[in-house]
Design a protein around this ligand. Sequence first.
Ligand code: ATP
Ligand code: MG
Length: 411
Amino acid sequence: MEKVQSVRGTYDLFGDAKRKMKKVIATGEQVVEKYGFEEIETPIFEFTEVFARNLGDTSDIVTKEMYCFEDKGGESLTLRPEGTAGVVRAFVSNGMQQNLPVKFYYHGPMFRYERPQKGRQRQFTQFGVELLGVENPQADIEVISMAYEFLEKLGLNGQVTVEINSLGDAESRDAYREKLVAYLQEHFDELSQDSKNRLERNPLRILDSKEECDKAVVENAPRYADSLNEASQQFFADVLRGLDLLGIKYRVNDRLVRGLDYYSHTVFELTTDKLGAQGTVLAGGRYNGLVAQMGGGDVAGIGWACGVERLAMLIEENIALPRPIAVIPVGEDTQDKALQIAHQLRLAGFNVEQSYSGNMKKRLIKANKINAAYAVILGSDELANGSATLKNLDSGEQKNVSLDNLTEELK
Ligand code: ATP
Ligand code: MG
């Protein structure tokens, strides 16, 4: 019979890989809760238009990567490829405009039909934040510093670069787009086929093309910074000044544009050179028009999301589980007492393993294998006078302790 397999690009998560992912999420939660962010959980699928309309109909996600399906009622639904559209949809559906700012974080599975490779899966996990209702650069500074602190707390100090750019407001963006298209048209023949296709619909995307021929053209393309109007320049300068004040090192990357339509002003990515081509671990930006686009009025927004699997791969040391205590009955007649003692110790907060079968020697070997710190050995003679043997499995030292003092001794 053929072996049953998971779908290409999906993985079963367990053991150390899962522990590392839990650590990434717990660290993220700890950091962002200090900034007043609260968890939101939105559905894993939405009406297709929530993504199709709001991510931009020329984005890679919408054109190539979405898992869309029709349900039995004939609705077109899509497994979420990212978190922002769903959170903003929830913000609008629940009428949260009355009480701004709103600060949410989320984590959970995302789905994109991509070519699977290291750090690129079809189901993956994101942890992200959204801050709605703050127009001024303080919000940008705060969310970037939060991202930075998060990665530092994961132990990635010195391994992460903050790349940042400004796309400016709508006026600046239109001005730049016009200049860029004019320039690219002059070099049309030198562009890759993909970029030729993008030229009309999504010229900004050509800036971060990975094709060598495109890179050569982009090298001399007009600079984004030269198209920012005064207000946009000021905004960007204020963001950078704030990062300076906090000692956050960044690199202004004039070619950073991000692939989605909803961004304006600040866009940023945190990258590492440890993961080869999949070096971007966290990415985000400001999306001032998105809430209005969903019919929620003029509410500014900014946020980021990180790939939890990619971050987990960067955690080098294995994550140790708390060491358990092994409770070992010697002989059938002490089994019931072992059950009770294990129960008592668990109620007192200890991790307890009862080896399920075997003689004492076998059970001790097992206790060492699961990295137990102590064994509580219950022989019938000792039990008869209310005591047991407590064995330190590191030193091999053992002593007789009264059952009444067992919890105290173990503490
Ligand atoms: P990339 O350029 O790598 O395709 P992206 O711009 O599509 O990234 P975002 O939509 O910004 O990625 O998602 C934020 C983060 O989520 C990424 O920086 C990455 O860490 C993670 N991520 C995105 N797509 C995948 C995937 N298919 N598998 C695993 N992680 C992913
Ligand atoms: Mg992508």
